[in-house]
Design a binder for this molecule. Structure first.
Ligand SMILES: NC(=O)c1ccc[n+]([C@@H]2O[C@H](COP(=O)([O-])OP(=O)(O)OC[C@H]3O[C@@H](n4cnc5c(N)ncnc54)[C@H](O)[C@@H]3O)[C@@H](O)[C@H]2O)c1
Length: 250
């Protein structure tokens, strides 16, 4: 049971929404952050009608002033900041010669700068209480993926950030880990299928074929691992990136 306060970024849908639901069902009061708090309203209703606690906040994770303000607001309204899940993400895929500098910048800003800003804001609350859990979101694309120079670099950067924050924050009782999802069925992967002109179901079937476990992942597959890393059961794990990909890299 998590009788604590968790912040999940990019929580309006997909993996973030599933993570918020799981943390709430484990007993956490969940602050769900996304570009628009209105987009989180159905999620908040879902969590509350299951007996949980959830509050929605608008926040662009790449905006320093918004991030600093929202973490103080969450601590004020819910009492503390004990768990941070850095999940917000965007794609701007293209081959290098066609990738614009704004495609590069937005991906680096949301994933890497966002994780940095949110982790820095979270530790201001976690260090004084000498406890906390930060779970970052990397990807199998960190190992390299054609058409994703920006995203692969950001997701590899997340792994370096994770190891470094684990070293810096460990002495204060704060665990910092990452999950690296493989193919998970969300609007993000549906949009990729649409962009390359394949039906989402066909893309999922192709991905399942080359996955040792012969299926694609669901948001709950990631949420379960994030919830474990956010729990006391994982209290001696830090600095790790756990691939949750059905064995895709084997
Ligand atoms: N779906 C996959 O197959 C997969 C695989 C590996 C990693 N991931 C990672 O998992 C995370 C969640 O992915 P998803 O598939 O659920 O994506 P998604 O596109 O369904 O959801 C992403 C959420 O992030 C929010 N967001 C985007 N920019 C934001 C910003 N600047 N500030 C706050 N919120 C912002 C969006 O509004 C959206 O609600 C991302 O970091 C993604 O890179 C996904």
């Amino acid at each position: 049971m998590l009788s604590r306060v968790a912040i999940v970024t990019g929580a309006a849908r997909g993996i973030g929404a599933a993570t918020a639901v799981k943390l709430a069902s484990d007993g956490a009061a969940v602050a769900v952050l996304d570009l628009s708090s209105d987009a989180c309203a159905p999620l908040v209703d879902q969590i509350r009608s299951a007996g949980g606690t959830a509050v929605a906040f608008s926040c662009d994770v790449a905006d320093e002033a918004q991030v600093d303000a929202v973490f103080d607001k969450v601590a004020g309204e819910l009492g503390s900041v004990d768990v941070l899940v850095n999940n917000a993400g965007v794609l701007r895929d293209n081959l290098l010669h066609k990738m614009s500098s704004s495609d590069w910048d937005i991906v680096m800003n949301v994933h890497l700068r966002g994780a940095f800003l949110c982790s820095r804001a979270a530790q201001r609350h976690m260090v004084p209480q000498r406890s906390g859990k930060i779970v970052n979101t990397s990807s199998v694309s960190a190992l390299g993926n054609r058409g994703q120079a920006n995203y692969a670099a950001a997701k590899a950067g997340i792994q370096g950030l994770t190891r470094t924050l684990a070293m810096e924050l460990g002495p204060f009782g704060i665990n910092v880990n990452a999950v690296a999802p493989g193919f998970i069925v969300t609007e993000m992967t549906d949009a990729t299928a649409a962009r390359v002109g394949i039906a989402a179901e066909d893309m999922q079937a192709k991905a399942a074929e080359i996955t040792p476990l012969r299926r694609v992942g669901q948001p709950s597959d990631i949420a379960n691992v994030v919830a474990f890393l956010a729990s006391d059961a994982a209290s001696f794990i830090t600095g790790q990136t756990i691939y949750v990909d059905g064995g895709r890299r084997l």
